[in-house]
Design a protein around this ligand. Structure first.
Ligand code: CA
Length: 216
């Protein structure tokens, strides 16, 4: 999340965190550029009015460099011209300021869903349902309580249904920067998810990682 206004940045980060995302924040383009080249993100929320270099210029650079991560642009500019320019420079969607946090969250869910090739808002795998809109998980219709990390592991595997996901990839996507990341903790979260959702829910593919659902 790239936003230079401290109060808005804090609000957005808290809301994204509450919605189950691992969030890294940057207050300027230089920091964002470093993070974008160091970490693997599922989506970027990018404010256009940044100190120094404009958000659009950074975005254009990233696209030229082959960085394809979905980008939701925040713009104070409500003119159609600026919106067209944003989309043309590589934004996937935009929200005009002032906005409701709910709209940012909804657009972000849509971007992440489409980027992972999911057609429906609710994710389903066998008897397990995950609704990113409410961060709720059910097993055969019964609500299951998960911790934040358990939810992130499950959500990532369900967004990438049928694909083998390595421990490293999971680790990179469930932790924010600076948090303690020991790769063996993924094993612990998977073990807890299996206890809560059934042993067969998550398959271990020996030497490669984990998979939910059938291989495509
Ligand atoms: Ca700004």
């Amino acid at each position: 999340m790239v936003e230079d206004e401290p109060q808005l940045a804090r609000q957005l980060a808290a809301a994204l965190n509450d919605a189950g995302y691992a969030v890294d924040t940057a207050a300027d383009g230089t920091r964002a550029d470093f993070l974008v080249h160091t970490e693997r993100y599922d989506a970027i929320v990018l404010d256009l009015g940044l100190p120094g270099r404009d958000g659009l210029k950074w975005l254009e650079d990233w696209r030229t460099q082959g960085i394809a991560v979905p980008v939701l642009v925040l713009t104070a500019r409500s003119s159609w011209h600026e919106k067209v320019l944003g989309i043309d420079r590589g934004a996937d969607d935009y929200v005009a300021k002032p906005f409701r946090i709910e709209e940012v969250l909804a657009r972000l869910r849509g971007l992440i869903r489409r980027a992972s090739g999911q057609a429906t808002p609710e994710l389903k795998c066998g008897a397990v349902n995950l609704d990113p809109r409410s961060s709720r998980v059910t097993l055969e219709g019964t609500p299951i309580r998960l911790t934040g990390h358990e939810f992130r592991v499950l959500s990532y595997l369900m967004h990438h249904r049928g694909r083998i996901v390595s421990q490293l990839e999971l680790t990179e996507h469930i932790y924010s920067r600076g948090s303690d990341r020991e790769s063996n903790t993924v094993e612990v979260f998977v073990a807890r998810l299996r206890r809560k959702l059934g042993a067969a829910t998550i398959e271990t593919v020996r030497g490669l990682g984990y998979r939910m659902g059938d291989a495509p």
